[in-house]
Write a protein that binds this ligand. Structure first.
Ligand code: FE2
Length: 424
């Protein structure tokens, strides 16, 4: 270990209220947080299902004004973030509630950031795309209420955005972006199509597996100042606990949740797994599959997924992530063979005899098949001659690749993506 290696890790987590019916407490939580004029951020699809209206009434019953914003975009952009910021400023919001998937939660994070510390949104975007500006003080209260069991955004410090002109996805990350409180209510996920449950559930599995297999925090260099300590710190004993439990739940409940939308027990555990994995990866970080997922979602916009609104083609996030996971974990195996075997056995639900380099990839492939995931990158609309664009897009995600358990070169990424064109 290098003499100037990191010796410190930080454990932070969003307080979570979990259980059926918990979203009825939204107003109580906001009042406790001192909010008087809340902006409720959601998207048109979730709004149409009626939950945001019900949550709005629960908040108003506590004497809190609510400005309902139903225009968050499924893949947020600078413009869609800016529109939410303008709305927050116009309504003088002193607190935020997000109801929806990761994009609504992320939109509320950015609206909160920019209306608290006004500046062009791009100034806050991670370098090299943006300036990586840091907010000087904590933001206003943000109550996050996820309705999909996947992103774990309610537990993390990151907001992801799409930049169509540059054909890339990037993000804003800072600890102040982490929501103040989360309410995770399994009753809110019942309307999801099996394809959505599959994609979001596989995202959970990848968050947990990538975090568990990330570079140990003490293998990083010690930063000059606490300010320079990254939000993604690498694996550590506390993040491991959350990631391991999320893997166990993912292995046990995802198949059931996809097979039967009415299986509330399985859905509840997948929501819990999503939040737990969010705590794990909000501390440790994700790396190769998520780095590859960014260009897979942004280089081409041709894939029209079943089970999602058909207003614009896109690759569902979880499916964009899982397709490179088998090859990525085959590549990282030699960095930590025992930890790879441990992830495989957690997902499989029992110890695996004589684990080797292909054990975890084959456990993941089996899970993908069982929940109807796409076979690989090719099925998402890409051909061999797109591989260079995908590789260069993945290579741009250095913030993520920095916590991979071993160095990742351009050639490594090319081999991983090529092997992921068809997983079976
Ligand atoms: Fe993800």
């Amino acid at each position: 270990m290098a003499p100037n290696h990191e010796t410190i890790f930080t454990m932070e987590a969003t307080p979570v209220k979990f259980g059926r019916g918990a979203s009825a407490d939204a107003g109580w939580e906001l009042r406790r947080l001192g909010v008087r004029r809340a902006m409720l951020v959601t998207d048109p699809g979730v709004a149409a299902a009626g939950d945001p209206e019900q949550i709005k009434r629960a908040i108003e019953a506590e004497g809190i004004q609510v400005a309902l914003y139903t225009r968050s975009r499924v893949e947020p952009t600078i413009d869609s973030f800016q529109a939410a910021v303008d709305y927050a400023l116009e309504h003088e919001a002193d607190g935020f509630v997000s109801v929806g998937g990761g994009s609504s939660i992320d939109t509320a994070k950015v609206a909160n950031l920019v209306c608290t510390h006004p500046a062009p949104v791009m100034d806050y975007v991670n370098p090299p795309v943006g300036e990586g500006r840091k907010p000087p003080s904590p933001l206003k209260p943000h109550l996050a209420i996820p309705t999909t069991s996947g992103t774990g955004s309610e537990a993390t410090t990151v907001a992801v955005l799409d930049i169509p002109d540059l054909k890339l996805k990037t993000g804003i990350s800072h600890r102040y972006l982490r929501p103040t409180q989360a309410i995770v209510d399994p009753d809110l996920t019942r309307s999801l199509a099996p394809e959505v449950t599959s994609s979001t559930g596989l995202d959970v599995v990848c968050h947990a597996a990538e975090s568990f297999l990330s570079k140990p925090f003490d293998a990083r260099e010690r930063p000059e100042s606490p300010d320079d300590r990254p939000p993604y710190q690498g694996s550590n004993p506390v993040a491991d606990v959350w990631s391991a439990k999320a893997l166990e739940f993912g292995g046990r409940y995802l198949r059931r949740a996809v097979a039967d939308p009415e299986d509330l027990e399985a859905r509840g555990f997948m929501m819990l797994a999503a939040t737990m994995a969010g705590v794990g990866f909000g501390s440790a970080g994700v790396h190769i599959p998520h780095s590859c997922a960014y260009p897979i979602a942004s280089v081409k916009h041709e894939y029209q997924p079943a089970g999602y609104p058909d207003d614009h083609p896109f690759v569902p996030h979880g499916h964009s992530v899982i397709v490179t996971a088998p090859a990525a974990f085959r590549f990282t195996y030699d960095a930590a063979p025992e930890r790879h075997a441990h992830v495989a056995s957690l997902l499989a639900g029992s110890p695996i005899a004589d684990p080797g380099p292909d054990t975890l990839p084959s456990v993941i492939r089996q899970l993908m098949q069982d929940v109807g995931a796409p076979r690989g990158v090719a099925e998402l609309g890409y051909r061999e001659d797109d591989i260079p664009d995908l590789v260069s897009g993945a290579l741009k995600q250095q913030r993520l690749l920095a916590v991979a358990p071993k160095p990742v070169t351009e050639d490594d990424l090319r081999r991983i993506i090529t092997a992921s064109m068809m997983n079976w």
